[in-house]
Write a new protein. Structure first.
Length: 192
């Protein structure tokens, strides 16, 4: 899909190229977004933002990486930006509640629906527990773990998207697995 003419057509804002872009990347972008933000409506909104960003920034695409790598990078960044904003709102709401402000915090809205195509766990509770644990990882570990383990990308692809070396990816994955094991062990010990 990533031929030079297609990229030129995108840069020249040809409508047919955007149709082809959506056809080729819509599912991949949505799957990436929902891996980070497991709520269908939020992931759809983020995916739309990704395509707006691609549309607005395609002129800056230099071709140093594959177009798909560039789009993945935008998808990851938009997803992380959404999470940061959501966490900032939660912190603000918490501070308001302590100081007597009247801002309700809806903790259940973050995990209202799980339909990630790459994960087929038997029940929603396990999936929610896993995503809660992944979201507690440091950002670098969360990104690498999600792209490799949930999205199924190779170390090389994750390396290109994150602009980190393959050895850094391996190290981050090792630490992510270790941290997830600790988080889930504590969770299940508390549940018993």
């Amino acid at each position: 899909m990533e031929d030079k003419q297609f990229i030129e057509d995108l840069k020249n804002q040809r409508q047919s190229a955007y149709g082809r872009l959506l056809d080729g990347y819509q599912t991949k972008v949505f799957n990436t977004c929902i891996s980070f933000v497991p709520n269908k409506e939020d992931a759809e909104d983020i995916a739309q933002e990704v395509f707006v960003e691609v549309y607005n920034s395609i002129g800056k695409f230099k071709g140093n990486s594959k177009l798909s790598t560039w789009i993945y990078r935008i998808s990851v960044n938009k997803s992380l930006e959404f999470i940061r904003k959501k966490n900032a709102k939660k912190r603000f709401g918490f501070i308001q509640s302590i100081t007597g402000g009247d801002i309700p915090i809806d903790k259940s809205s973050y995990f209202t629906e799980f339909k990630h195509p790459g994960i087929q766990l038997e029940n929603k509770e396990r999936t929610e527990t896993l995503f809660n644990a992944i979201n507690k990882l440091p950002e670098g570990q969360k990104v690498v773990f999600t792209l490799h383990k949930i999205e199924g990308l190779s170390y090389k692809e994750v390396s290109e998207i994150t602009e980190k070396s393959v050895s850094s990816i391996e190290s981050l994955l090792f630490r992510a697995r270790r941290n997830l094991q600790k988080i889930l062990t504590v969770y299940y010990k508390n549940e018993l």
